[in-house]
Design a protein around this ligand. Sequence first.
Ligand SMILES: *Cc1c(COP(=O)(O)O)cnc(C)c1O
Length: 230
Amino acid sequence: MISFRAFESNLKQVKTRINTACVGVGRAVDSVQLLPVTKNHPLDAVLYAVRAGLTAVGENRVQEASQKHAQYPGEVRWELIGHLQSNKAKDAVAMFDRVQSVDSLKLLNRLNRCAAQAEKKLSILLQCNTGADPNKHGFRVGEMEAALEAAVAAESLQVDGLMTIAPLDDDLDVAKAAFEGLRDLRDRLSGEYKLPLTELSMGMTGDLEVAIAAGSTQIRVGTALYGKES
Ligand SMILES: *Cc1c(COP(=O)(O)O)cnc(C)c1O
């Protein structure tokens, strides 16, 4: 694990990248949130983020997040960004403030039932496999209307917007196409269903600039902040 000083320096660089990207396309700098991704890093990663003034962290596994949650006494929002098996939905509802990786109707319905039992309204994002990457989870573009209708009908879920992970490809045009695809999809669904769907969670260490240019409201960054996974 890197030192806090090194983390601060990394954070400064990431903020500069966000700034430059926003200015380059005429967006307000505060229209993009930075979600530090603490997965595969120890609890210190969460402490660093909070100490530096960040208010949420992203984790991709329920068990790992629960361990950190149990050890961490302070206030921070926990967001789940990794694939969730339906049988872990109850634990996820208990622990996370938002689940970004809702990628099947089965999971959506299970989360709704668990949230109802917990007497909680759970914020979610619908994960879309915009790049139609066979190695990635998420609804296909053609399944998104049905997913959104199910989410709206689910009384214990609150759908904030959409999330995607770009296909793994060195060519940034591939990421760009995926991000613009998600934005266009959001615009269409938002108009059709008269829903704000304000959150567009897209962009990571390697492609945050193209994501911001395409309209991302939240980038999820691990490597650029914490270094390679430890
Ligand atoms: C790990 C992860 C990230 C962070 O990726 P980096 O390239 O390390 O910035 C973002 N989103 C998801 C869904 C992840 O699993």
